[in-house]
Ligand binder design. Sequence first.
Ligand SMILES: *Cc1c(COP(=O)(O)O)cnc(C)c1O
Ligand SMILES: [Zn+2]
Length: 421
Amino acid sequence: MALSYELRCRECGKRYDNAPLSICDECFSPLEVVVDLDAARADFTREKIAAGPTSMWRYKALLPVPDDYVPPTPAGWTPLLKAPRLAQRIGATNLYIKNDAVCLPTLSFKDRVVSVALANAQIFGFDTVGCSSTGNLANAVAAQAARLGLKTYILVPADLEAAKILNTQVYGANLVRIDGNYDHVNRLCSQIADRFNWGFVNVNLRPYYAEGSKTVGYEIAEQLGWRLPDNVVVPMAGGSLITKIRKAFKELIALGLVEDKPVRFFGAQATGCSPISTAVKTGADHIEPQRPSTIARSLAIGNPADGVYATRCIRESGGWAEDVSDVEIVSAIQELAETEGVFTETAGGVTTAVTARLYAHGRIKPDELTVTCITGNGLKTTDALNGCYETQRAVRPRLTDFEEYLEEGHQELAFGGVNVR
Ligand SMILES: *Cc1c(COP(=O)(O)O)cnc(C)c1O
Ligand SMILES: [Zn+2]
């Protein structure tokens, strides 16, 4: 059966059959999967989608897998939460959170990209898979590869958070800590993939991996009642996710599933690693690599593979990008948890703080329908909150002791109400 997707060069348009390839051999630009929308059109209605699985695989017709592919692991289909209490704090009136802090199976949006990448690793016959990772990708590859019985090599910068290391090792993956930053790790992975013929999800399988990010966009549209928002705020590491949400919206428009309307894209980075937001702010058309230094390690990619495309996506849409300090990231993690009951990792602190600033600076108007993308879970980066809460003395189990305790004033939050602007 003919497949309804293929690879295409993003710059020169050269077409390729499906293969573990990520770079055009003519012009050295990145390759991208193009799905045949006409093939999907007949069989892809709102009703069919609603009757599909409660996972990202309800959009299988728009993902690069064969029609008869049976996904082994449900991923995605995370809540879209109305966020009135956070909105009130930051001067918004129509704010939503796309909550991938609770994405399954490993609590970050990376579960989506890995599902699609490993499906293709199996199609191409790899028995060993891996990735270079800033943490969440490592967890997602390790978990899903374990379920598929694939051998796994995962390379990470040596300074990664302990929880992200443990969350990789527990699945039996070979975890290799590299004495260097993400960009060193990534370069080494390209060499390893060639040398050993392994399937690295974000290297030689990258075009397939990237398509998984589109499901964030499909879900936002469906969960808004098949409507597009006015604005989306997206954290950026390699810069892929933000471009794929835009691609998803364009596909839904082309298929007639949503009405065409302008959507502005806003990118979020940490100041300690802000190559993309810097390019947006200065108007540069290339990315100046940086040496990362931030607690937002999951976003700490100093030389982002899709940086130029992310910059274009933001500019063409009329959006903007901002970056925030580590102190602002910590405050925003607390603010989101206190107002909406969502505990996010440092990347979500970045997105929340940037969202607040975009309202404060008038880049987003209060009543515009805005979705802010929370992409990872706070339990993975608890170190970021070290020292924020005092350890309370133990109270004897008697009512009078409890009353005494209340009189001491402990009912006040240790670190509440910090302004994220
Ligand atoms: C990887 C990651 C991102 C950004 O993804 P890119 O597609 O590389 O820009 C955002 N948030 C979290 C938590 C991540 O792990
Ligand atoms: Zn090319």
